[in-house]
Design a protein around this ligand. Structure first.
Ligand SMILES: [Zn+2]
Length: 475
């Protein structure tokens, strides 16, 4: 007998917000796509059957802010593919590398995930000059798309531009319909609430993805809850113009790099030190490590981890301060409010939960969001909205984030008792299974302009139409 379906995932509780489904049902997959979702489908119709009774079956988790490329001194960011796959991710968007770094890492250490990337603007490294003038920005944006990025990342917390240049980069991305992600901060405002306050003026009538809103509500300027309220009112006042996400991990990730006088360079790292009254110097960092406040992020046992104490001090000094640090500065109450608050239309103010993880050891989207479900702060279907449906809309991944017939068969299966992902499928193929990763490489997400490098990479690729993204829809 001919099998109608390649795979039948049976008996799980299906969470599919787009189709208003929260019920026990079978999911049939054929040729990498969702074929049917029904309360009961004949097992004899499928080549293989996976019984997931008691588990939750969600459209594949889309992590809209990850790091699997770029330059790091103490680890290979590409190990992040595996870390994301272990955490139940099926699609990720890299927020800080070049297309070449992204493609290379995926070829070497890919774990079968769908992955697009933003081109990070680092003067002296990925772009020639600080504060590039408009003509140069035009070339940087079009070049990034042609090389296979889906857009641009501005890292105002590390390499801030003037407000004028920042506004121009956003406008140029809008003009070329390049996705644009912003870690807030300019030469006049920090990577804090004051940076977020600049956003309305920088964006004007344009569009922008504002990264990790929780990172600007650490209590650097006002009481943390007042900062959350102000962040919510800024986002609400710009509804329809902004994409945003929040991550839920307490530890952050930043750079310890100091100049030759021993002064900390990164604004993010300075802010972390100031929060506990440490001097913003290499000695301040050393003291923070000794006190257990700062840890060093490094590769260990095929994964990326945080280490403290003498081990951390040794790495910091061996690398002459050029290493990644982590501080426990993200406040759970800020993350929770930013994750759960809705506007007067009933829409989430912050679109999605994203990890800002990958190779940063904080891939806890499912664990932390499941904790909010248990707490009653989110329903199971709302979790699927934050982890899959909303991010699919943000990036124009129209065949993902839902289980409609013909959708990509990307699936994340969650054990509600453990509160974590136990299995994933990408295009119907198993990726995470029994605690191991069963896939390599991956599928690149590029815009139409990036087809040539995607082809040349030898990896599979898919073309994104950002006109269909929430960012540029009706723009
Ligand atoms: Zn990031």
């Amino acid at each position: 007998m001919m099998s109608t379906y390649d795979l039948l995932i049976t008996g799980g509780t299906v969470l599919d917000p787009a189709n208003n489904r929260h019920e026990i049902a079978d999911v049939a997959i054929a040729e990498g796509r969702i074929a049917r979702v029904e309360p009961e489908i004949d097992h004899a119709l499928a080549k293989s059957v996976s019984d997931v009774k008691g588990q939750w079956v969600m459209p594949g988790m889309i992590d809209g802010h990850v790091h699997v490329g770029g330059r790091r001194t103490t680890w290979d960011p590409a190990v992040g593919h595996r870390m994301l796959a272990m955490a139940g991710v099926t699609t990720g968007i890299d927020f800080g590398s070049t297309p070449e770094q992204l493609f290379d890492g995926m070829k070497r250490l890919g774990a079968g995930l769908n992955m697009g990337g933003l081109f990070v603007m680092r003067p002296g490294e990925t772009i020639p000059n600080d504060d590039p003038p408009p003509a140069e920005v035009e070339g940087i944006v079009s070049d990034a798309l042609r090389r296979g990025a889906i857009g641009i990342k501005i890292i105002g917390g590390y390499d801030p531009f003037t407000p004028e240049v920042t506004a121009n980069i956003i406008a140029e991305c809008n003009k070329q319909k390049a996705y644009v992600g912003f870690h807030v901060g300019t030469k006049t405002a920090g990577s804090r609430l004051d940076g977020l306050r600049e956003v309305p003026e920088l964006v004007g009538k344009g569009r922008l993805h504002v990264a990790h809103i929780n990172a600007y509500t650490r209590g650097s300027i006002l009481d943390p809850l007042e900062e959350v309220q102000e962040a919510i009112s800024i986002l609400t006042s710009m509804k329809g113009q902004l994409n945003s996400e929040v991550h839920q991990a307490v530890p952050n990730g930043t750079s310890g790099l100091c100049d030759s006088d021993g002064n900390v360079l990164a604004n993010v790292c300075q802010n972390c030190l100031k929060l506990r009254d440490y001097p913003t110097t290499a000695d301040g960092i050393r003291q923070a490590i000794r006190d257990g406040y700062a840890t060093v992020i490094t590769e260990k046992n095929e994964s990326v981890q945080r280490v403290g104490g003498d081990e951390a001090l040794a790495i910091f000094d061996e690398l002459h301060t050029d290493c990644s640090l982590s501080f426990p500065v993200n406040l759970p109450q800020s993350a929770m409010l930013l994750t759960t608050t809705k506007d007067s239309d009933g829409d989430f103010v912050v679109d999605a939960v994203a990890s800002d993880g990958g190779s940063h050891p904080r891939n806890i989207n499912i664990e932390s969001t499941m904790a909010l479900v248990r707490f009653g702060a989110l329903s199971p279907v709302e979790m699927a909205i934050k982890l899959s449906w909303n991010p699919s809309r943000m990036f124009g991944l129209i065949n993902k984030g839902h289980f409609s017939e013909g959708a990509d068969a990307d699936v994340t299966i969650i054990d509600p008792d453990q509160g974590k992902a136990i299995a994933t499928y990408v295009s119907g193929d198993p990726v995470l299974m029994n605690g191991e990763i069963h896939s390599k490489g991956g599928t690149l997400l590029v815009t139409e302009k990036g087809i040539t490098p995607a082809k040349n990479s030898g990896l599979d690729y898919e073309v994104l139409d950002l006109d269909k993204s929430k960012l540029y829809k009706e723009f």
